[in-house]
Design a protein around this ligand. Structure first.
Ligand code: ADP
Ligand code: MG
Length: 682
């Protein structure tokens, strides 16, 4: 006998044109039909007498057409009178085919399914689903599933295909023996049968309840597949070969001697986690998370020193030119005095400088190379790369991260991010990474006070900017995000710069935006860092990583247009020195509900983790996943917020299953993720 496992991967048994439509629904293999679940159900198990029809729910009636009329007012429509023993009902069709005139001719016996509305001339159904029947025709034994579909693929066709497939396949268990029972889950077979062909004793409400055992089983299986594939990806990485990087500690000691501050306990702890990984002969894939301003850069510097002490080069990559430049200045300030060469490479360098940098990368041992994605262009070859560090990793696509990995032998990877991953996501979509968290800010930070101010009071804010400058502090002024047009956004920034220049003429006002030449940008940033400019007008280019401790005020225009992560990142640019810092969020009324919710969250919270958690609740995980989204299959059935318990159970089972019952694990993955696992290895 053929097992369902052999059948699962078979292509659909339909003509190519139909297959194309199924493909749009994500149904490619026969097994995909089994996993195509109803959106809702229709009740054709029960006939209601016309005289006693409930409102507000679809109901089935049966009767004889006693009149048919095509009316032309107010527009062409078909009006049919249906009669049963108890009364009469109007069926109204605002568009109709000639075939319907025949189907609904006087004297025909019809079953109509639809919602009853109180019409002008009594009760009526608009566009009911009608079927010709003979008297006494049996009713459906169970609720009728209604599936998600696409144009040209009717419910009956879908239903037939799915029902056939249910009959044809032996839906054997993929869970190891005893697991299902101990978790209190129904069998897979029972689950899919219940959902596709509900037994008569189920109510509509039960079937649509996410706590229904059948749904729970599907959710669990889906989460388990995700956990298994994440584990496998993780294991595959651990099989890779990377150089063991044992630092001597000599350079680290020198750096510590020069550094004006000591590492926090959290920084020390994550550094030890990183060093332990680097000493292993397998590539590290570690995500270093820390809220904005938590001091990830110095951790990166010490990690780099470990690799350099071991005789290797290190690459550090940032997503924007400004950020990369800041890193370069900072890191060369720390490392060059202790004799470590730091090389700068960016896409915008002049040809000669670039050629020199590329030559240096190919020949300078034990160097730190800092740059943008220019670092993984084809013409860049590292002499001996041991560690690559990617800052703000969520800004890079999966492909870009891969590219750096492919340079030379497999280096260790450290990814840094200030966007905290909420716990449920960390447990699911990021389960293939090791994570270190800096959960403590350096001492002496003053909490940032956030103010929400209606933009009608802009004058007062400008006066406050002036006051801040007089106190010797500096100010960021962030121009609104204009999604529709980059040109418009640029124009707004230029206008704001001019206007503030007039309003605050005694102060130096700079402007940075995305369209400036990198060296112009760098010059402005340098002048601002040196307090030659007191106010920096910027588009959101300063969102990540810019560090000027003397800046104590941030004004954000049209804050209501920005996302939470973005607002939190921007706000984190201040509060980095001893001065009391403030963030003024200017908003324009009226506010949408979403904007209100966001502003409330950012106003009430300073903890990045809490903000991210609330962000996840407001937006759902899809958008949050950003770059990950491109490759990682999304969850169809499970919901990370609701199904946390199932997620935990799946997470516990996955490693055991891979260890003790590889076959079952393979079968389970084949069922749920066939052909999609390779994305997870990115
Ligand atoms: P982020 O984690 O956002 O990248 P940075 O690495 O830019 O943060 O650090 C923010 C600021 O805090 C920098 O000016 C950095 O030099 C400083 N800093 C980092 N660690 C400490 C520490 N342990 N004590 C005092 N200041 C620190
Ligand atoms: Mg940073």
């Amino acid at each position: 006998m053929t097992s369902s496992r052999d059948l699962a991967g078979l292509p659909l048994d339909v003509p190519p044109a139909t297959a194309k439509k199924f493909d749009k629904l994500g149904i490619r293999r026969r097994f995909d039909l089994i996993l195509h679940m109803p959106l809702r159900y229709e009740d054709e198990t029960h006939l209601y007498p016309i005289a006693a029809l409930p409102y507000g729910q679809p109901v089935l009636v049966e009767g004889e057409v006693i009149a048919q009329e095509v009316q032309y007012r107010p527009r062409r429509q078909l009006v049919v009178q249906l009669e049963d023993r108890s009364g009469t009902l109007v069926l109204r069709f605002l568009n109709f085919y000639p075939s319907q005139l025949k189907q609904l001719a006087k004297g025909q016996r019809i079953r109509a399914l639809g919602e009853v509305k109180r019409g002008f001339f009594g009760d009526e159904m608009i566009h009911p689903k009608c079927r010709t029947v003979v008297e006494g025709e049996p009713l459906a034994g169970s609720f009728t599933p209604v599936y998600p579909t696409v144009n040209g693929l009717t419910q009956p066709v879908l239903r037939r295909q799915i029902a056939n497939e249910l009959k044809r396949q032996l839906l054997d268990e993929t869970l190891p023996h005893g697991v299902r029972e101990s978790l209190g889950l129904v069998t897979f077979q029972e689950a899919v049968n219940t959902l596709h062909a509900p037994p008569p004793n189920y109510s509509m409400r039960q079937l649509e309840d996410p706590l229904l055992p059948a749904w729970q089983r599907l959710k669990f299986d889906e989460l388990l597949a995700q956990q298994l594939s994440m584990r496998l990806a993780y294991r595959a990485r651990r099989m890779g070969i990377a150089p063991r990087l044992h630092g001597t500690g000599v350079l680290a000691e020198k750096l510590t001697a020069c550094l004006p501050f000591a590492l926090t306990g959290a920084q020390q702890r994550v550094l030890e986690e990183i060093r332990a990984d680097l000493a292993h002969p397998h590539p590290m894939h570690r995500l270093l998370q820390g809220d904005v301003g938590s001091g990830k850069t110095i951790v990166a510097a010490y990690s780099a020193l470990t690799a350099i002490e071991a005789g290797f080069q290190v690459a550090l990559m940032a997503p924007t030119e400004i950020l990369a430049e800041q890193h370069y200045l900072k890191l060369s300030g720390w490392l060059e005095p202790i004799g470590v060469p730091v090389i700068w490479l960016s896409g915008s360098m002049r040809k000669k400088a670039k050629t020199e940098a590329i030559a240096a990368i190919a020949t300078t041992p034990c160097a730190l190379v800092v740059g943008t994605h220019a670092l993984f262009q084809d013409d860049v070859t590292f002499l001996k790369l041991g560690l690559s560090i990617v800052d703000e990793q969520h800004r890079f696509g999966v492909g870009q991260r891969l590219a750096l990995k492919d340079k030379g032998q497999e280096p260790h990877q450290l990814m840094m991010s200030a966007t905290p991953i909420p716990r449920t996501l960390a447990m699911s979509f990021y389960a293939d990474l090791d994570v270190s968290v800096i959960d403590e800010l350096p001492p002496g930070r003053t909490p940032i006070v956030t103010k929400l101010i209606n933009s009608a009071r802009r004058d007062e804010v400008v006066a406050y900017v002036d006051k801040t400058c007089r106190e010797g502090r500096q100010v960021y002024w962030v121009c609104p995000l204009i999604e529709e047009s980059e040109t418009l956004q640029l124009q707004t920034a230029v206008d704001t710069h001019l206007q503030l220049g007039e309003e605050l003429s005694q102060w130096g006002i700079g402007l940075v935006h995305g369209r400036m030449k990198p060296d112009e940008k760098a010059a402005i940033m340098k002048a601002f860092a040196a307090n030659e400019l007191q106010v920096l007008v910027a588009t959101t280019v300063i969102e990540v990583g810019v560090d000027v401790p003397n800046a104590s005020l941030m004004v954000i225009e049209h804050a209501e247009r920005m996302g939470l992560a973005q607002l939190h990142q921007l706000r984190g640019r201040v509060g980095r020195g001893e001065a009391k810092s403030q963030c003024v969020l200017l908003f324009e009324t009226p506010l949408s509900e979403l904007a209100k919710a966001r502003l409330k969250v950012i106003y009430e919270n300073t903890d990045g983790f809490e903000i991210a958690r609330q962000d996840l609740m407001i937006r759902g995980p899809g958008e949050f996943l950003g770059a990950r989204q491109s490759g990682v299959p999304m969850l169809r059935f499970a919901n990370l917020e609701e199904d946390i318990e199932l997620l935990e159970q799946a997470r516990e089972l996955a490693p055991r299953m891979l260890e003790r019952d590889q076959q079952a694990a393979d079968a389970h993955l084949e069922r749920w993720l066939a052909g999609r696992e390779q994305f997870l290895k990115a």
